[in-house]
Ligand binder design. Structure first.
Ligand code: ZN
Length: 131
C-alpha cells in the first residue's frame, strides 16, 4: 500500500475529525440544546430531545449532530493545518446542534460552494498558463 500525499492527508484529517468525539465544547453545545424528556413517537419510549438550531424542531440524540456554523474547510477549501485544527477544535460560539436533514442540506450547499470556488481557481490558473 503506497501512501500518496493525498492519502496521507485524508488519513490525518479523518483522525483529527474522530478526535472531536472527545472535544468538550461539543458536549456543552449538545447540553445547551436539550429541551425535555418526552415520548419519542418512533420508539414509544421516553427520550431526551434536542432542538435543531436551523428548523427549530425537536429530535432525539441519534437524529442530531453538532455542526460548525462556519465550516471547518472554508469556501476556498483546505488552507493550512493550523487553520484546519483551529477551526475543527473551536469553541461553543461556532458550534450548533442541527438535525440530520438540516445538516446534510447545509453541508451540501457548503460543498457546492467549495467546488465552484475550486473550479474558478482552476480556470484562473489555466488562463495564466495560456498567457
Ligand atoms: Zn433541522
Amino acid at each position: 500500500m503506497t501512501w500518496t500525499p493525498a492519502r496521507r492527508k485524508a488519513f490525518i484529517i479523518s483522525v483529527l475529525r474522530s478526535g472531536t468525539r472527545r472535544w468538550p465544547p461539543k458536549y456543552e453545545t449538545l447540553n445547551a440544546a436539550k429541551t425535555e424528556k418526552k415520548v419519542n413517537p418512533k420508539s414509544g419510549r421516553i427520550a431526551q430531545h434536542f432542538v435543531c438550531n436551523i428548523c427549530k424542531q425537536e429530535f432525539v440524540a441519534k437524529d442530531v449532530e453538532v455542526d460548525h456554523i462556519i465550516p471547518v474547510a472554508n469556501a476556498d477549501g483546505f488552507t493550512t493545518w493550523d487553520s484546519f485544527v483551529e477551526n475543527l477544535y473551536c469553541g461553543t460560539e461556532n458550534l450548533q446542534v442541527v438535525c440530520k436533514p438540516c445538516h446534510s442540506k447545509k453541508s451540501f450547499l457548503e460543498k457546492t460552494e467549495r467546488k465552484s470556488n475550486a473550479k474558478a481557481a482552476t480556470t484562473k490558473k489555466s488562463k495564466k498558463t495560456i498567457l
